[in-house]
Design a protein around this ligand. Sequence first.
Ligand code: HEM
Length: 445
Amino acid sequence: MVVHPRTASWLKAQQWFARDAIGFSVGMCREYGDLVFLPAPFGLGQVLVYHPDHVHTLLVKLADKLEKPEIIKKIVRSSFGDGLLISEGAKWKRQRKLIQPAFHHGRIGRYGERIVALTEELSTTWMKGEVRDVPADMRALTLRIVVDALFKADISDDTKAIARGMQMLGEALAVQSRSPLLAFLPDSFPLPILRRKREAVALMNPVIYRLIRERKAEGEEREDLLSVLLFATDPETGQGMSENQLRDEVMTLFIAGHETTATTLSWALVELARHPAVEERVHAELDAALGDRLPTADDLSRMPYLQAVIQEVLRLYPPSILIIRRALEDLDLDDGNRIPKGTIIQINQYANHHDSRWFPEPESFQPERWLDAEFEKSLPKGAYIPFGAGPRICVGNGFALMEAPLVLATFCRRFHLENVGKPAEPVVGVAMGFKSPALMRVQVR
Ligand code: HEM
């Protein structure tokens, strides 16, 4: 690999990103190559890193020489507090150790049954011939799933408050992350979008604190994520998490754990409706694996094609398009290229996933590509990273990769959906969303 760095205008790059984040992602790499420096004063200088070898070196080998930039932490801290997504250093390490066991393979399998039950509950409200706003349905479902996995209790009224708060928060965060000016403003600034952010937190905080306190008072462990968080202790100090830290982690899991899976599921349903041959193959696989019964987590190994559909959706529509870091020291990228201390590093998953060097016919939806084990093995390590890579890889990836195919299997057993209205187009928000509502007509199989 020989990567020749180029320099481009910082201002033009910011303007392009704000105008069209997706066009920017593929366009910058095509125009300027795999390593693009955007010089700027006041610590704003950036480097855009596209080559998978560099991506891997940074996220895996040099992970402890990077941190998340303060501006990202500022946008989210006032709502999620200092949860796993933005904590750093020794605190992040301790929290990751405490939280990771909640997502161990053996434990998450237990949530499968609830995921299918909650999906069935939604399915029974879908009527033949009606038109649904699928992303709204998927958002409501995945939020219910993560709330259920965390609290395993009947908290339907609380779920409504959390859902409303999350929606308000999600909208505010999406606007702030696209606008550098808004990102710099304090949350107390009198603007409607920031006021909604404060209102969202005020709506959710009492519910979350009450649920934590009630469970603490109960004193006994249940089979849910909250129990793992409540009863986890640091082996070195014997200490558990404070109530405020628990709140921060619960908020973080809500926000990180539902919109991402919701957009993945919505895009999967849209793409299945666009590709009848793919949908037919999914139906045939489901019928052979399940017959008349509902799916379980154990069935997933007998549904390789369905899993390939999810992998392909995560390639075409990665819910997180960027991973942003700041260099804590001068970095050596192994091939003579260097990144100076303080530079903001932008790793662009969207660009990598749409690069014809790694994915032939990158814009076309081809789940089959993932059925060839040699294809995946032949990919450079940083070319396909929907969940990130290295020590900060998504802690919920195993959960998401069980949830998404189980939900899809449960819907596809019963329904065939048709796209109606304008063709769905992606737009970058908190996750990879839709430019206009993705409306779909429900047909019963
Ligand atoms: C399709 C679904 C999902 C996608 C594509 C996704 C993607 C990601 C990515 C790319 C990161 C790394 C960000 C970075 O390095 O800057 C991340 C981190 C994280 N994700 Fe996910 N995620 C998904 C689902 C979930 C779920 C279901 C949960 C929890 C229930 C979750 C919880 C988290 C947390 C807590 C982190 C921070 C981990 C850390 O820094 O140690 N995610 N996710």
